[in-house]
Design a protein around this ligand. Structure first.
Ligand SMILES: [Zn+2]
Length: 84
């Protein structure tokens, strides 16, 4: 057979610029779905003791334009569950 290994890479794949800012589906820290994500380049205060919407926030250090940032993954009570 004259079959060439023809991997069809161009089949409907959107091939935009490499997007490092693309948010992951799951939190990279605890592998749990999250409600929102935010990026910070300086310190800030987080107090979730009495937060009705979010149960916890995970922090992931990242680099943007050569500068250190921290990415916050906000988890709601439903996403985290009661026993975590
Ligand atoms: Zn998390």
């Amino acid at each position: 057979m004259g079959d060439t290994a023809d991997s069809d890479l161009s089949a409907g794949e959107t091939h935009g610029a490499a997007d490092e800012d693309a948010d992951p589906v799951l939190c990279p820290v605890c592998s749990t779905p999250y409600d929102s994500v935010s990026l910070h380049d300086r310190g800030l205060l987080v107090n979730l003791l009495d937060n009705e919407r979010y149960r916890r926030v995970c922090f992931e250090p990242v680099e943007r334009d050569g500068r250190p940032h921290v990415r916050f993954f906000h988890h709601t009570h439903e996403q985290v569950g009661a026993d975590d």
